[in-house]
Design a protein around this ligand. Structure first.
Ligand SMILES: C[S@@+](CC[C@H](N)C(=O)[O-])C[C@H]1O[C@@H](n2cnc3c(N)ncnc32)[C@H](O)[C@@H]1O
Length: 384
């Protein structure tokens, strides 16, 4: 029996992203040629092929993970859950030696014990594979296949995680700074702003450099996942040539020679050192000018540009007075930047008051489960 047959050509693909950035992800998909991707319960779905799985993992900047949806059915008892999972053609996805883990969540459902559901699902998958492969038990000595389920209002959805670690883990950030923002959220902030390739850009609270690095990678068209591996890279039944092909496409689309005006600064010399390290690892060190600077001394000779920044929130390392001083200083500096726009994410409720100006618009976003607002100040709406 061929236990290493290739993945099915037709796949239901599900993309997850942080709450509030679904539209940004949808625009990304559109730019990649995926027009039809309806959003449902905080995820986007589309039909595609294994090649699309490779492409989406490599290119997307704002998705958390790329999943293959293996099944969806109703189940309000363990028997139905077992039968529903066993009915899936797992042999299409998992070879004989697959190491399968199961994780998930239960929300507003009769089956609410997560660990019991996990065990039932795992048993149903093993039962199916043992029957098809004609073995008494699975050796589980091969590559890891992570199954994730969600039980919502008695509807079970079962997914295979093709990304592995979340896509925010681009691979360049190896050391942790003070309150870093996820790379996927940083990209979302930039894509929501008015930044475009050659426009000057700065983050005056750069910390470990995430926002400036993502801006440089966006401007140079470096795919979000370029530089890391994905779960499917370890799967013998996933045609490696498809990844090579998607990788070649990603490399062909890069424009590393583009001249950029990206600046990043922070009051903390250790943060700036770390940001430089990460920029080097991300392949964009020569594209960003780093500086150790208190935001109150920020100045630029460039007549226009975009600020995207994630200042202290006054919750963890910095107290609220220090955070408010930062907002005030940023507001003062911004007054002198005539044709610059400014985009700030913070959870501080009185940000606009301290910044000294009402925003043109705002949007609710989450930074590591903390509810925040993203404040937009557009250059063309500035008082002259
Ligand atoms: C929330 S962290 C930024 C994290 C960053 N986005 C990242 O991904 O690593 C806020 C940063 O503001 C810096 N900071 C605090 N006060 C400052 C000031 N007055 N001027 C400039 N930077 C300041 C801190 O050193 C810290 O790195």
């Amino acid at each position: 029996m061929n236990t290493h047959k290739q993945f099915p050509e037709k796949l239901n693909i599900t993309l997850t992203c942080a709450s509030g950035v679904e539209k940004v992800l949808k625009s990304e998909l559109k730019r990649l040629g995926y027009e039809d991707a309806p959003a449902l319960n905080g995820a986007l779905s589309l039909s595609g092929t294994p090649y699309d799985v490779a492409r989406l993992n490599l290119f997307l900047r704002t998705a958390d993970r790329v999943y293959i949806k293996a099944a969806e059915f109703s189940a309000d008892d363990f028997d139905l859950l077992f039968e529903g999972v066993r009915a899936v053609r797992w042999e299409d996805y998992f070879p004989l030696n697959a190491r399968v883990t199961v994780n998930g969540k239960c929300v507003k459902s009769k089956l609410f014990a997560i660990s019991a559901c996990q065990s039932i699902i795992k048993k149903a998958i093993s039962d199916r594979l043992c029957g098809v492969y004609k073995v008494n038990r699975l050796a589980e000595t091969g590559a890891l296949y992570q199954v994730e389920f969600s039980l919502f209002k008695d509807v079970v959805s079962v997914y295979i995680n093709t990304s592995g670690a979340g896509l925010h883990k681009r691979g360049y950030r190896d050391l942790v700074g003070i309150a870093p923002i996820k790379e996927t959220l940083a990209s979302s902030l930039i894509l929501l702003s008015d930044f475009y390739k050659e426009r000057p850009f700065t983050d005056p609270f750069c910390g470990s450099g995430t926002i400036a690095i993502e801006a440089a990678r966006i401007a140079l068209n470096i795919g979000g996942g370029v530089g890391r591996r994905f779960a499917f890279n370890d799967w013998d039944n996933f045609d490696g040539k498809l990844f090579d092909q998607a990788f070649t496409e990603a490399k062909d689309k890069e424009d590393r020679s583009r001249k950029l005006e990206i600046f990043a600064s922070d009051i903390d010399p250790k943060a700036v050192k770390l940001a430089k390290r990460h920029a080097e690892r991300a392949g964009v060190l020569d594209k960003i000018r780093f500086d150790v600077k208190d935001v109150k001394y920020f100045s630029t000779e460039l007549s226009c540009g975009t600020i995207v920044t994630n200042p202290p929130y006054g919750e963890r390392v910095y107290d609220i007075e220090e955070a408010e001083r930062c907002y005030k200083s940023l507001g003062e500096v911004y007054k002198g930047l005539d044709r610059w726009s400014c985009f700030v994410i913070t959870s501080a409720k009185n940000f606009e008051k301290k910044f000294g100006k009402k925003c043109d618009r705002d949007r609710k976003l989450y930074n590591s489960n903390r509810e925040c607002k993203y404040y937009y100040y557009y250059a063309d709406k500035k008082d002259k």
